[in-house]
Design a protein. Structure first.
Length: 589
């Protein structure tokens, strides 16, 4: 798997990055595909097979182990297609602005292969031909990673209504499909620990080291802080399962679901990983080697170490470099900005226009997720328009076909989704009977169908219509996207990341750390304003702890900025001024 670039494209929604490997992997760029919606994967395999003239045999709903089979077939299709793309790229002639030139021109100027490419351009005759052959041998694709949201793990039933065994739940079946596929990439687990899912990893040899100590399918954990990384890493290590990478994600300055910490900020969190990374490595390696020995399996190399990366709200090359250098990171993730790069992600034209027309206030943290987790949303999306229109027609909620987020058993024996029409009409009856408040009902009506809304753009971007004509799109950009305007080519965005060019961003855009701090201060205010605490003393303790963590974070940033030697003194002065302003604002909470 390639780590030729220092950034990756994280998973976005169900559909926005579902075919990103077909767009960027041949250039050495890693991206992450959600494998939670097997129906979407099957539809994408059908559409691309038609486009590429590949025979397509559908996997019908009645097929045994349908979910795992669909995941496996789609991932095998991606691997085959990317392998073919790379072979075609390798056979292209240099110097004709072809994709083989793009491959090397996208790299940072300091990268050894970029330097070799520059040498080749200056050379001639046999020397140039020899350098070209050397470059061809160095071409490798970006990894095709997959994402499983651990909380999306509904149990399933057979045609007679009998519960299927645990391994047929949504998350375990998706993992089985990935494990049985030929895809070259890792599995990213997000949203916290799922013991059953993590234990199931042990059923597949690709997650253990081979005779050379290499892992065919690495395990990647998306975590919010060091404690979470240590707990989850130890759980897996005791089973002989090594975590190859910890992807630290901002609690609030990210896209999709937002898992807010208790006021712990990105800077101090990254500092804790930097200070403890050797301790983390040694503790996990010791547990893992012992478990592998007990299982009579090959050991890991003694010098192995987990990669540490960060994602969430990065917007400039300066921020990217600051993160890499200050915290000695192995890489960064750039998500939401790539929604504006049609060459990298699948965003339908209508949604793209809505993103470009959106004001900063249109990017907000909503209650749309049926999981009850804060969800980044766009006020002017077609999904929000549809949700409100259904309420106006006194037909709130969504028809529930996919049922991936069906978790509520308040009214039924089998779980149903809180965004479904069935559930919301039952809650309206409760409110009419005086059993719940109008405010409680409003919160329920905010729920939206993410299963359809987050998958629709991938189909629409291919010029097709989603099944049942459900065309409304829910999009989940991070707050950072509000400061990017316009669409960009893949080369423009990658050059921006590496500082070769500078895209024009909104002048009011705060530093990545300051934006997160703003979001946390706002979040604390909202918590206080909307809370109806059962235990007032416990809630006061929570608020005080939150305030203290934010204050400690501010103190850390004040010390950090004093150590920076910024080329732009005006920028550094502005940064310090914003820190002071937020300090005052926190004191007023």
């Amino acid at each position: 798997m390639s780590k030729i670039h220092s950034f990756h494209i994280p998973v976005m929604g169900l559909g926005f990055t579902v075919d990103s490997p077909l767009k960027v992997a041949r250039f050495g760029i890693a991206s992450v595909v959600s494998i939670m919606d097997d129906q979407l994967l099957e539809e994408m395999r059908r559409l691309y097979s038609k486009k590429l003239g590949i025979p397509y045999v559908p996997i019908e709903e009645k097929t045994a182990d349908v979910r795992a089979r669909r995941v496996r077939e789609y991932l095998d299709f991606l691997q085959t297609a990317v392998t073919r793309q790379v072979e075609e790229l390798k056979n292209q002639a240099f110097g004709k602005n072809s994709e083989i030139d793009t491959y090397f021109s996208l790299l940072p100027e300091a990268h050894p292969l970029h330097r070799l490419y520059s040498r080749m351009q200056q050379a001639s005759g046999p020397e140039q031909l020899a350098l070209q052959e050397e470059l061809r041998r160095e071409i490798v694709p970006g990894s095709i990673d997959v994402n499983i949201m651990t909380k999306v793990d509904k149990l399933n039933y057979d045609k007679d209504g009998q519960a299927l065994p645990r391994e047929f739940s949504d998350a375990l079946a998706a993992l089985r499909g990935f494990a049985q596929s030929e895809v070259s990439g890792g599995v990213v687990f997000s949203a916290g620990m799922n013991p059953a899912l993590y234990s199931y990893l042990g059923d597949f040899p690709d997650f253990f080291p081979d005779r050379e100590g290499k892992l065919k399918k690495p395990i990647i954990l998306k975590v919010s802080d060091y404690r979470s990384a240590l707990i989850q890493g130890k759980f897996l290590a005791k089973k002989g399962l090594w975590v190859s990478e910890f992807r630290i994600e901002s609690g609030l300055n990210c896209g999709g679901h937002a898992f807010a910490t208790d006021g712990f900020l990105a800077g101090p969190i990254l500092e804790s990983f930097k200070e403890n990374k050797e301790t983390l490595r040694q503790e996990l390696l010791g547990l893992c080697q012992q478990a592998l020995q007990e299982k009579n399996l090959p050991s890991l190399p003694e010098n192995v170490r987990p990669k540490i990366t960060y994602q969430g709200g990065i917007g400039t090359a300066e921020e990217n470099e600051m993160l890499l250098n200050t915290y000695e990171l192995d890489g960064t993730g750039w998500g939401s900005p790539f929604l504006l790069v049609p060459e990298a992600t699948s965003v339908d034209s209508d949604t793209l226009d809505r993103l470009l027309a959106a004001k900063k206030s249109d990017f907000y943290l909503s209650r749309a997720s049926p999981l009850g987790i804060p969800f980044n949303n766009l006020r002017n999306s077609s999904g929000e328009e549809q949700r409100k229109a259904r309420i106006d027609r006194e037909r709130p909620g969504s028809p529930c076909y996919k049922k991936f987020l069906s978790t509520n058993t308040e009214f039924t024996d089998k779980p149903i989704c809180t965004a479904s029409r069935q559930y919301q009409l039952l809650k309206i009856k409760q409110q009419q009977a005086g059993e719940i408040s109008a405010a409680a009902l409003e919160e329920i009506l905010d729920k939206d169908c993410l299963c359809e809304g987050l998958s629709a753009p991938a189909i629409l971007a291919r010029g097709e219509t989603p099944r049942r004509n459900l065309k409304a799109v829910t999009i989940c950009p991070g707050p950072n996207l509000a400061y990017f305007k316009g669409t960009f080519s893949l080369k423009e965005m990658v050059d921006h990341i590496y500082g070769k060019i500078q895209l024009t961003l909104d002048a009011e855009r705060p530093h990545v750390f300051l934006k997160e701090l703003q979001l946390y201060v706002q979040h604390l205010k909202s918590e206080i304003e909307t809370a109806v605490p059962v235990n007032a003393r416990k809630f006061e303790s929570y608020v005080e702890k939150f305030r203290k963590n934010l204050a400690d974070g501010i103190g850390y940033y004040q010390e950090l900025t004093s150590l920076w030697t910024a080329e732009n003194e005006v920028l550094l002065a502005k940064l310090k001024e914003q820190v002071l302003g937020l300090t005052w604002e926190l004191e007023q909470v």
